[in-house]
Design a protein around this ligand. Structure first.
Ligand SMILES: [Zn+2]
Length: 416
């Protein structure tokens, strides 16, 4: 069976030019004695925006693996797929993020809900799990309510999973079930019920992406109650360890943290939990490599800086349409966005510092960063003008990409 390694890190490469500079970060953490494997992920939505094909993600990953002589695992994630979007990912993906968030809250058949609750008397009453902060107490009607909320999503996941394994073979895929793109976080006891239902559907999931408490905005730090997050994360780990035993789920089943880039304030909490429990982790990051490209072009000066400034000016003019699809995952204070004239007067290093995620830096501007995070379509529109500049400035861009993943993400997550 294709088994996902203990630590895996999802990287996105919107324009397919940074696989090598991303992979270098994995080599650096391996040299520190910690094995983390890369998972190149790109969603259907991203492919549509950029005009790329899923095969290009596999090809770019494979080329980087060969050029750098990487001998450990690597994977290609069909990110946030559903039944109607999965087929084009089939030939070139071995990791499938099955997104059923849209089905949460939609009613499942009442008979199915009752059958599930009838099959699982162990979910009713007081459940004390080792490592959980306080025992869960549930009534039958609590379990019915949670089941009614999630069962259709779980059944949808089963349909998509069976579609995938019919095409690929059960032992040849890593399945993740994601429920993060929804309004309300899932509590640890809800996670337990969901895992029991996923096991009943015979989904051999190796990672699960719940929605955690707090805000996971794109490209910026976590916003929320750190004490609550720590309690929930630790409880989720205990729930997963229990569900593996109780329901026969794959022994390597682990949590997946989506929108996991830049969540600096929770990395120490996650690291301590992993070190304490020996649990694994998948962290998914996507769009921030594109920001590092922009930082590199700004640093490079000349035509690179000119294009970076133009992209900002265009983004500022189209802020409504660019932000609309991401309204729930960005928090931009428009009064903090400098005018295009102001940005045009900045030096390359100053624009780079406004974007680079070093919160303590006096020039850092989280609003500019978030706006440009969602503005990659402008670079896609610039076409070869953009990608030729990436090639011409490969070294300085690569340095940003590698340092961002290694210094600001991997070290705090896995080393401290
Ligand atoms: Zn997600």
């Amino acid at each position: 069976m294709l088994t996902l390694e203990r630590f895996s890190f999802g990287v996105g490469d919107r324009f397919a030019h940074q696989a090598k500079s991303q992979l270098r970060a994995f080599q650096m953490i391996a040299a520190d004695g910690i094995d983390v494997v890369p998972v190149w992920n790109k969603s259907n939505r991203e492919h549509t925006f950029i005009g790329s094909e899923p095969q290009s993600v596999f090809d770019a990953g494979k080329r980087a693996v060969q050029e750098l002589g990487w001998t450990k695992g690597w994977h290609v994630d069909a990110d946030h797929i559903r039944l109607e979007t999965v087929d084009r990912f089939m030939p070139c993906s071995d990791f499938f993020t099955i997104d059923v968030a849209d089905s949460i809250g939609k009613p499942a058949a009442e008979a199915d809900v009752q059958a599930f609750v009838g099959r699982h008397p162990e979910l009713v009453g007081t459940i004390s799990l080792p490592g959980v902060s306080a025992p869960f107490t549930t009534t039958r009607s609590d379990v019915e309510r949670v089941t009614a909320k999630y069962l259709l999503a779980v059944q949808d996941a089963g349909k998509i999973y069976r579609h995938i394994i019919t095409a690929k073979g059960e032992g040849n895929v890593i399945a993740e079930v994601s429920m993060d793109e929804t309004d309300a976080p899932q509590t640890p006891v809800e996670l337990l019920i969901i895992l029991a239902a996923l096991a009943d559907e015979k989904i051999r999931l190796q990672t699960i992406a719940p929605k955690f408490t707090g805000r996971f905005n794109k490209g910026v730090d976590y916003v929320g109650d750190l004490v609550q997050f720590e309690k929930e994360f630790n409880d989720d780990l205990a729930v997963i360890a229990h569900a593996i035993q109780q329901y026969g789920l794959p022994a390597n089943l682990k949590l997946s943290v989506h929108s996991g880039s830049d969540k600096f304030s929770i990395y120490p909490i996650i690291r301590k939990a992993l070190q304490r429990t020996g649990a694994g982790l998948h962290v998914k990051t996507a769009g921030t490599t594109w920001l590092e490209e922009l930082i590199g072009l700004a640093e490079a000066g000349g035509d690179g800086l000119t294009l970076a400034r133009e992209i900002y000016a265009y983004a500022l003019d189209h802020v409504d349409e660019l932000c609309a699809p991401y309204a729930s995952v960005i928090d931009i204070d428009r009064s903090k966005l400098p005018s295009a004239e102001t940005v045009n007067s900045w030096s390359g290093p100053k624009l780079a510092s406004a974007l680079r995620h070093i919160p303590s830096h006096p020039d850092f501007n989280a609003h500019v960063r978030q706006l440009l995070h969602v503005s990659f379509k402008i670079a896609a529109k610039a076409g070869t003008r953009y990608t030729d500049l990436l090639k011409a400035n490969e070294e300085i861009v690569a340095k940003q990409v590698t340092e961002n993943i290694y210094n600001r993400h991997m070290v705090p997550l896995f080393i401290g």
